[in-house]
Write a protein that binds this ligand. Structure first.
Ligand SMILES: Nc1nc2c(ncn2[C@@H]2O[C@H](COP(=O)(O)OP(=O)(O)O)[C@@H](O)[C@H]2O)c(=O)[nH]1
Ligand SMILES: [Mg+2]
Length: 168
């Protein structure tokens, strides 16, 4: 698998997506440091929320094959400067997260990621599983075995045990 680094503001869904891509149950913790999972480098939201995003991209993207800029459908504005993708020495893809949110705006998030220079752009919900297969297929390299064999299996609703704000 290609190794992807997730960047995005706090609460956009980086950690949840990291877990959803691995399969199994989703359980929560606040991301305090850079976590290396097998294919995902999960970063604290603070990287995206300071003026140093470009620097963080330039530095940490060396560890990754691909950078994923995440933006949720419920974010009220974009933190990504136009063309910030150019700061990374790696391909930069966009991931619109939380597409299951009733009040979310998928098109708006998509457009902001386009302006940041991300390409291609995926739409995903870590809860319903929609779009998980498409991301895994993008990251897949010859010979890789995915956690699921079919798109239907991958794009299944996840078991969410707890989250930081609400009880399930
Ligand atoms: N509805 C919905 N909520 C989500 C989704 N992904 C994450 N969340 C919620 O968004 C919040 C932040 O998620 P988290 O993964 O911790 O974000 P991070 O700060 O970017 O790592 C949590 O309360 C999650 O339950 C999703 O796909 N759909
Ligand atoms: Mg996190």
């Amino acid at each position: 698998m290609k190794k992807i680094m997730f960047v995005g503001r706090s609460e956009c869904g980086k950690t949840t997506l990291t877990q959803a891509l691995r399969g199994g149950t989703i359980a929560y913790h606040k991301t305090q440091y850079v976590n290396h999972h097998s294919v995902v480098i999960d970063t604290p939201g603070e990287y995206a929320q300071t003026a140093n995003l470009g620097r963080a991209l330039a530095l940490y993207s060396y560890e990754a094959d691909v950078v994923g800029l995440l933006l949720s459908t419920i974010e009220p504005y974009s933190l990504y400067p136009p063309c910030v993708a150019a700061c990374a020495n790696r391909p930069v893809i966009g991931i619109v997260t939380q597409i299951d949110q009733e009040n979310g705006d998928i098109e708006r998030a998509h457009h902001w990621l386009e302006m940041a220079g991300a390409n291609p752009i995926f739409h995903v919900s870590s809860y319903t599983g929609e779009g998980i297969w498409q991301i895994l297929s993008y990251l897949k390299e010859p010979g890789d075995v995915l956690p699921w064999e079919t798109e239907e299996e991958a794009n299944q609703r996840r078991v969410v045990l707890s989250d930081k704000n609400r009880e399930f």
